[in-house]
Design a binder for this molecule. Structure first.
Ligand SMILES: Cc1cc2nc3c(=O)[nH]c(=O)nc-3n(C[C@H](O)[C@H](O)[C@H](O)COP(=O)(O)O)c2cc1C
Length: 131
């Protein structure tokens, strides 16, 4: 069990019993995924999954959780929006002076999680900052 100290959550959940939270669950119908089904080019494969998400019931398929690690090894995550898919990878915009901007200057390794796509895999990427 992971106990996260998020005291804001108390306000949201005041009227919810703990057992009810545990009962909140979506039934996911997962297809199988084998290596032979996957395009060898990760950008092409991402495009296929992203197109599927656009044509499905996924809300805001372009929203992703971007996780960075600071120079003193502290992880942090936030939501950003995907702006483009190019041959080199995925494009998003942000302020380079923000916390994530500072983190990525110090450590270009990030993780991105697209909720609507990520039951199919996980992305651990290196960012290329474009000035
Ligand atoms: C739906 C949604 C979309 C967002 N899209 C972006 C985005 O594309 N780029 C961005 O820098 N911040 C975006 N934000 C704000 C970030 O989540 C974050 O609060 C902000 O960038 C500061 O993050 P940081 O202090 O960790 O750098 C978005 C927030 C939400 C809720």
């Amino acid at each position: 069990m992971i106990l996260v100290s998020l005291w804001d959550i108390k306000q949201v959940s005041m009227s919810i019993q703990h057992k009810d939270i545990a009962a909140i669950r979506q039934d996911y119908v997962l297809g199988s995924l084998s290596e032979s089904d996957v395009d060898r080019n990760p950008v092409h494969q991402f495009k296929k999954w992203f197109d599927e998400a656009i044509h499905s019931e996924v809300i805001e398929p372009n929203a992703m959780v971007l996780s960075t690690v600071s120079s003193d090894q502290l992880p942090s995550s936030r939501v950003v929006l995907l702006k483009d898919i190019v041959a080199e990878g995925l494009v998003f915009f942000t302020n380079y002076e923000s916390r994530k901007g500072e983190d990525m200057k110090a450590n270009p390794h990030v993780a991105m999680l697209f909720f609507g796509l990520n039951y199919k895999g996980r992305s651990e990427l290196k960012v290329l900052l474009i000035l």
